[in-house]
Design a binder for this molecule. Structure first.
Ligand SMILES: [Zn+2]
Length: 384
């Protein structure tokens, strides 16, 4: 007897898969390997042949193909990793069901989508109904940090899938666009000296402060800059700052990090050039350096007037849901696939406002509805 979607989600939540966010895999709650193995076993159990794909850092993603001899191939994808548990949260890896909701880390971001996609796949295979398209299911590592899993999958699946449905908590609304993200570390350089003789040194923190102010002014200017019909304007935020070695020393270095969300109609080169110009106006080049951080993700802007997007809209309507597109404030794996010629939409159960919170949860009625939506998207004869 196959697992219900709730039972499957409980199993997924109870296998921790915390993203190490650039650090080491500290203990067995970190990394995606155990969950990838579980998903591979599930796929084998429904009669598919899963492949494990390693990212350059060795982290596991997994995918399987259901070839129905159709012309089109749709990729259903959800990420394996979660953000770390909140220290105040009891046990986030023991799922708890209360008042029709399942609580636990990853419940909505994005193990709910994964459980619904896998259940839809299992039910189609079990029913013997014809898929309307060939289906690839993929579970990706590292969405929450460097998107290493979707980068590897997108390279592997380029030319094999024509469209992607990416599971994220959108309350079962469809998103066709989101901003891209680029991050930098800016380091102001100075000259060390004893704090008693500060004129013998050059204070890197004073320099960094002027650069941070320039970044803030640049951020304010974005609200009247380039604009997108769905996404609005780009944003910029300074996130961290580190500098100095002690109160009695004139600091030699001070670094801060910048997060910039940019639009599909902005070029990354111009985004970077504009920031560099703004910083240069505060402190001449030479007194500071800038480097890109590895967590870059391009923006997404999927055309809505295509047969597959219309099919998704019909699937939503058939489940009594609103088929119109919503903007997404955050970047997703969808952009990685789009960059490799696989355009797509983001769609899944759960509320993004619940994601990354201490009491992450998902409505079980919505989870079951998601199974219906995913099934209708890829199954023949389900759109009336
Ligand atoms: Zn997510």
């Amino acid at each position: 007897m196959a697992l219900s979607v709730t039972e499957l989600l409980s199993d997924l939540v109870s296998i921790p898969s915390v993203n190490p966010t650039g650090g080491p895999l500290q203990d067995e709650t970190y990394g995606e390997a155990r969950l990838a193995r579980f998903v591979a076993e599930y796929l084998t159990g429904v009669g598919l042949k899963p492949e494990v794909l390693k990212a350059p850092d060795g982290r596991d993603s997994v995918y399987a193909v259901l070839d129905a001899g159709r012309e089109e191939t749709v990729l259903l994808e959800a990420h394996l990793d979660t953000v770390p548990p909140n220290p105040d949260q009891g046990d986030p890896f023991t799922p708890r069901i209360e008042k029709g909701r399942l609580f636990g880390r990853g419940a909505c971001d994005t193990k709910g989508s994964m459980a619904a996609m896998l259940t839809a796949l299992a039910r189609i295979i079990d029913s013997g109904e014809e898929p309307a398209v060939n289906i690839i299911f993929a579970a990706a590592a590292d969405e929450e940090y460097g998107m290493l899993g979707s980068r590897a999958l997108a390279e592997k699946l380029e030319g094999k899938a024509g469209f992607a449905v990416i599971g994220e908590p959108t309350r079962l609304r469809m998103a066709t666009s989101h901003k891209g993200v680029i991050r930098w570390r800016v380091t102001a350089w100075g000259k060390g000296a004893h704090a008693a003789t500060p004129t013998l040194g050059e204070n890197a923190i004073y320099r960094a402060a002027r650069l941070v102010s320039a970044a803030e002014e640049h951020a304010e200017s974005l609200s009247t800059g380039a604009s997108h019909p769905v996404l609005g304007e780009g944003t910029l935020s300074v996130g961290t700052i580190v500098g100095g070695s002690g109160v009695n020393t004139v600091p030699e270095g001070c670094s801060f990090t910048i997060d910039r969300r940019y639009l599909p109609n902005e070029s990354l080169e111009k985004v970077e050039a504009d920031l560099t110009a703004a910083l240069s106006s505060a402190v001449p080049p030479g007194g500071w350096t800038i480097e890109r951080l590895p967590s870059e993700c391009p923006p997404l802007d999927t055309a809505e007037d295509t047969a597959l997007v219309r099919r998704i809209q019909k699937a939503l309507e058939a489940e009594g849901l609103d088929p119109s597109a919503i903007p997404l404030p955050y970047a997703t794996d969808a952009a990685m696939f789009a960059r490799h010629g696989i355009p797509g939409v983001i769609l899944g159960p759960g509320d993004a406002a619940e994601a990354h919170t201490a009491e992450e949860s998902i409505d079980l009625g919505e989870l079951e509805k998601a199974v219906g939506v995913f099934r209708r998207i890829v199954e023949e004869g389900t759109l009336g």
